[in-house]
Ligand binder design. Sequence first.
Ligand code: ADP
Ligand code: MG
Length: 242
Amino acid sequence: MIEIKNVSKWYGSFQVLTDCTTTIRKGEVVVVCGPSGSGKSTLIKTVNALEPIQQGDIVVDGTSITAPGTDLPKLRSRVGMVFQHFELFPHLSVTENLTIAQVKVLGRSLDDAKARGLKMLERVGLSAHKDKFPGQLSGGQQQRVAIARALSMDPIVMLFDEPTSALDPEMVGEVLDVMVQLANEGMTMMCVTHEMGFARKVSHRVIFMDAGKIVEDCTRDDFFGKPEARSPRAKDFLSKIL
Ligand code: ADP
Ligand code: MG
């Protein structure tokens, strides 16, 4: 579903990604972890071309993001993205947040968009809040609306960038529950997260990044179960967060 091939990226003269290669298959849940500043957010943003790359290529569902003529807005519309900060439109109601991109980007009728959006809102357990504004919801609820909004676009893959790290601790669980449910339903997911409970429970693979490089790319069982086989940086990281 996603092929990241020898990707390197620079911000000016600073190399933020060095020769990153990995493949995410349909239905796979891949957790990306690593220290702050290691390039996790940058890598995930390159997947839907929110950040340009200078070397290598990324192929999403058969479409190269670097090929001339690739319709990037169309490709982005198929890749759901949930960030640390919920980025809902504050001046729009929950229902409007759920429908606007479906109408403007996918060209759906307002009725179809509403039907789809409300179905996704039900899936994240927030149907009762459809007429509220983001400011009237808790952080955890806003993040669940953001997930419902991404799902309303019928994404082929979902990218998460630390979706729970800005939340109060008591709200982390409700967002992770939605992510676990999605994973169990077979959604292809690439998740930057430090929630190792989530990684242990539902991920198929773990990628560990350090200083812009993919240092580990292995099965969940190898990552957590065979620490002796891990790189020193990954071992150190694991010892701090587990
Ligand atoms: P992570 O998500 O793993 O914490 P990031 O991908 O956000 O790491 O950042 C990786 C490195 O790139 C950091 O050193 C960060 O300071 C730098 N960086 C991120 N965004 C920019 C930018 N827009 N311009 C310059 N440097 C950046
Ligand atoms: Mg980050």
